[in-house]
Design a protein around this ligand. Structure first.
Ligand SMILES: C[S@@+](CC[C@H](N)C(=O)[O-])C[C@H]1O[C@@H](n2cnc3c(N)ncnc32)[C@H](O)[C@@H]1O
Length: 219
C-alpha cells in the first residue's frame, strides 16, 4: 500500500478518500466555497482549516451551546463562518486578526455568508484584542488558530475567561510535526499542552496537525 502519511497525516487517508469524505460530510455551499478560495484569490496564505475540521468546529460549537465565542486568527473567515453558523442569531463571535487586509477579506466572506451581524472582526495583535474583550467574559468557546508561540498565553486567557463547562479548541498542536523539536517555540507548544491538560479536561484529536479540545471544569 502506498504510504500517504506525508500528504494527509494518515496512512489510510489517500487524497481520493479525503475528497470523498469531504464531499459527503463537509460539502461547501457557495459562501463556504467563496471563503475557502479567498486566500488564493487575494494572494494570501491558504492556511485555513480543512473542510472536515471546519465542519467539526461548527459541530463542537453547537454541542457546547456557544452564544459568545472568540476566534484567534481569522484569515479570510472560513472557520469563522463554520463557528458563526453554529451559533444562535443573537450569538456573537469575536474574530481576532492581525492583518488589516485579511480582516477586510474576512468581513467580505462573512457578509456573503450572511454572518456579519453575528460577528465582530477586531484588527490587531490578539493579545491586545483579548485584553479589551475581558470585560465581556464569560465566553462559551475560544478557538486558537494564530501565532503558535502565543498559545500558552491564549490558553491562560481562555481558562480565566471561559464559563465553567466552556470549550477551548486549538489547531496545529502537533506544531507542523515539530512539537518535540528542541526549540523555544516547540517548548512553548509543549507547555501549552501540559498546562491545558492540568487545568482543563482535554484531549488531542488526531487531525493531520492535531486539534486540541478542552473543557473548563465545572467546579
Ligand atoms: C491559520 S490562519 C487562520 C485561519 C482561519 N482560522 C481559518 O481556518 O479560516 C492564522 C491567521 O492568524 C493571523 N495572526 C497571526 N498572528 C496573529 C496575532 N498575533 N494576532 C491575531 N492574528 C494573528 C494571521 O494573519 C492569519 O490570518
Amino acid at each position: 500500500m502506498a504510504d500517504t502519511t506525508s500528504r494527509t497525516g494518515s496512512r489510510y487517508a489517500t487524497p481520493e478518500l479525503v475528497d470523498f469524505v469531504n464531499r459527503v460530510h463537509a460539502a461547501h455551499d457557495e459562501a463556504l466555497q467563496l471563503a475557502f478560495d479567498a486566500p488564493v484569490r487575494h494572494d494570501m496564505p491558504a492556511i485555513q482549516v480543512a473542510p472536515s475540521e471546519g465542519k467539526l468546529l461548527g459541530m463542537l460549537a453547537a454541542l457546547c451551546g456557544a452564544r459568545r465565542a472568540v476566534e484567534v486568527g481569522t484569515l479570510a473567515g472560513y472557520s469563522a463562518i463554520h463557528l458563526a453558523r453554529a451559533m444562535p442569531e443573537d450569538g456573537v463571535l469575536h474574530c481576532l486578526e492581525l492583518e488589516p487586509r485579511h480582516a477586510e477579506v474576512a468581513r467580505a466572506s462573512l457578509q456573503a455568508a450572511g454572518m456579519l451581524e453575528r460577528t465582530r472582526v477586531h484588527v490587531g495583535p490578539a493579545l491586545e484584542s483579548l485584553e479589551s474583550l475581558a470585560s465581556e467574559a464569560p465566553f462559551d468557546l475560544v478557538f486558537l488558530d494564530a501565532d503558535k508561540e502565543g498559545y500558552p498565553r491564549y490558553g491562560r486567557w481562555a481558562l480565566e475567561h471561559l464559563r465553567p463547562g466552556g470549550m477551548l479548541l486549538a489547531d496545529n498542536v502537533y506544531f507542523f510535526g515539530q512539537l518535540m523539536a528542541d526549540t523555544p517555540a516547540a517548548a512553548a507548544m509543549r507547555r501549552f499542552h501540559e498546562e491545558t491538560a492540568a487545568d482543563f479536561q482535554s484531549v488531542c484529536i488526531p487531525t493531520p496537525d492535531g486539534l486540541l479540545m478542552a473543557i473548563k471544569p465545572l467546579g
